[in-house]
Ligand binder design. Sequence first.
Ligand SMILES: NC(=O)c1ccc[n+]([C@@H]2O[C@H](COP(=O)([O-])OP(=O)(O)OC[C@H]3O[C@@H](n4cnc5c(N)ncnc54)[C@H](O)[C@@H]3O)[C@@H](O)[C@H]2O)c1
Length: 317
Amino acid sequence: MPDVPIIGHDAVLAAVTPADAIERTRAAFLHHRRGAWVMPSKIYLESPPFGDFRAMPALGDGLAMLKWISSFPGNPARGLPTVMGVIALSDAETSELLALIDARSVTALRTGAVAAVAAQALARPQATSAGLIGCGLHGAWAARCLVAAGYASGVCHDPRTPLADALAAELGAGWRAGSRAEALACDVVTCVTPGSAPVVTDDDLRPGAHLNMLGADGPGKAEATVDAVARCALFCDEWAQASHGGELTGAVQAGRVTRADVTDLGAVLAGEEPGRPGEKATTLFDSTGLAIQDLAIAAAVLAALREGRIDVPAAQL
Ligand SMILES: NC(=O)c1ccc[n+]([C@@H]2O[C@H](COP(=O)([O-])OP(=O)(O)OC[C@H]3O[C@@H](n4cnc5c(N)ncnc54)[C@H](O)[C@@H]3O)[C@@H](O)[C@H]2O)c1
């Protein structure tokens, strides 16, 4: 068997820009919508009381991918990241293993990228400012991708104020740290908190705003109240995941939202369904995280490897 390149966290982030991640993520949603990329359901493997592992496969563009990733909330107390894992990328024609790629960096890029893709598709065309609620790992990448998508000004909010200050300073002169209310007053609001308590209520909704809800990516998590969710024009990455382990789940369980109320982002991008229903609507996109997004970034990493832009060790397996 040929040597397999092992591509670590920093090499991934050096090889794939937020702009590239955004374009490839948008294309992945379109490929999936048209049936060219396929993605079986995510499998959860509980490891109580510590956390869970997730196995996420996808196939497309001549590649087959499996992401094996964890969510262990107690890890930071042990000095370890909450999320760790690996992506195995194979040739879909021969099954040859092409690369092993750090999953943490790929997840960060694809999660940030979808916030920008959804904002470009669903926010008002004249939207310019972005508010960020939750400035941790994935919030920071969402903000970097929103900057790459042209959001030159915004407000970063996090109870860990040094984190919000540092992110705002990194993002540029138009950005500053601020309160939750100030972040919510922006044209596009992206929430990336742990989802243990609502950060958006009914009273916070403003006509014309767009909300990206990224933090609730599993059962029992929510960043908005059911009343707030039920009042918005709703969009999701995938109904099966969003209705069972996403921001929409509470409203679905309460009987306030049904499948007919929610449009897939891929359908909007493909022009099959309308997006924003009008200037004054408040739109809400529920991101739960899809394997096709990971495949999009893994393909970008492979392209960089083949172009000689990544110099990494290889191992005989
Ligand atoms: N949708 C997806 O595809 C996807 C992908 C990866 C992670 N996630 C989820 O996103 C969430 C955040 O993940 P992370 O890795 O960035 O975690 P993190 O711990 O790095 O960051 C979370 C941040 O939220 C802040 N926060 C907590 N309560 C807050 C509040 N009330 N208001 C504002 N900020 C608050 C914390 O201080 C922290 O800085 C998790 O629930 C994770 O599972 C979703």
